[in-house]
Design a protein around this ligand. Sequence first.
Ligand code: F0G
Length: 452
Amino acid sequence: MAPQPKLDDTLLRCIGCGAVTPVAESGLACATCGDLLEVVFPQPSAKPLLDPARLKTLWRERRSSELPADQSGVWRFREVLPSLREEHQAITLREGNTPLYELSRCARAAGVEHLYAKHQGMNPTGSFKDTGMTVAASFARQEGFHWVACASTGNTSASMAAYAARGGLRGLVLIPEGQIAWGKLSQALDYGAVTCQLKTDFDGCMCLLNEVVQRMPVYVLNSVNPYRLEGQKTAAIELLEQFEWRVPAHVIVPGGNLGNSSALGKAFLESKELGLISTLPKLSVIQAEGANALVRTIRETGGKKLIPVQANTMATAIRIGNPASWKKAVRVLEATGGTVEQVNEVEIALAKAEIGADGIGCEPASAVTLAGLKKLVKQGFVKPRETVVLILTGHLLKDPEFTLKFHRGDLLAGTGYEKEAGLLNAQQRAPIVLDASVDAVLRVLEQAERAG
Ligand code: F0G
């Protein structure tokens, strides 16, 4: 007899042994081998609805609708998502709908002609996490959970806290003490989550959370949750729509726990399978040198065996040494022909300032994309005339301390990179303290005009 799912007809597949189970019988790991699960796409019941031309028209039409699910830049694409029993039950903050910007100065700095940023930091809580959280939190509520929880370097916790509050759920946040940016911590507090700062790193928080869920009926909203990745897929589809379904040559993503690169890759592959596009962009992942588990895994084992690292970087969002979704990311790199690269703290800081000077701005972890692109152009992997999209994952205001230290010239103090501080001078704009006099301001203005 065919399996009879209790709650909905979503099927999950193990990425290790390939076992397929209905969602009602699954936790967040394969019951047979313990590996990660992914949502099977297309779900059998959705197949008849998936004509590509019809989908493109339908998704565009929904942009003029007043329905909350249509105004969400995630649920607008609901044909590629697992379906809720009741559409109006989605917990939505009208996430997604993020802008695609041309980055002209950054393009010159990187040596390419056509450079764009898909700014996922323009989501309601300021990071890409919202696109996944709306889906996973909605399913948590549908399944009757009272508590949701995550380990986080900051953005997941901010997003989860917001969606939990909106959905009437309680949120438990585990974060590494002293290692997350203040903007993110303040969000989790304001949205009412129970926030525990643990004396360990992100990887330690994740291990501890796995034990907590053994003892309490708490639903994990980290990116090991396959529903999170389904929601995050929609950023790739929205990007393709913004390009009027022309496919950019390269998409460049920061890598931490590797959920986002996996989700975006899944979306590109599924879009090709659906006939929405006929070629794939090369999806490449950039990591901080101090948190380079995927880079080492690819270079030293050909992607066969994870090499965990003791993570350390000022880009705290990606300070992760034992990435959960590494196998999914390796698969995406192989399927799209992308690559990996790592960048150091000075390169990250410089790239972040350059993105800022283009009038866009982002948090440090997002800036690894531009820093990595520069290297990929020098290596010839990215050709100057190819179209490149950087996925900017978090908003500039998430980590104001980093930005202020950068402009005041204090960022590299005590990091071992002091000798290279001069490389950042041209981008620094320290605030100027003056007497409150018109003449003093005019003098500064004239100096700035001369300096160009
Ligand atoms: N960029 C930002 C701003 C992030 O917050 C994260 C991850 C990443 C990139 C990396 O994405 O993990 O999917 O590879 N932040 C998580 C958190 C881990 O807890 O907020 P990934």
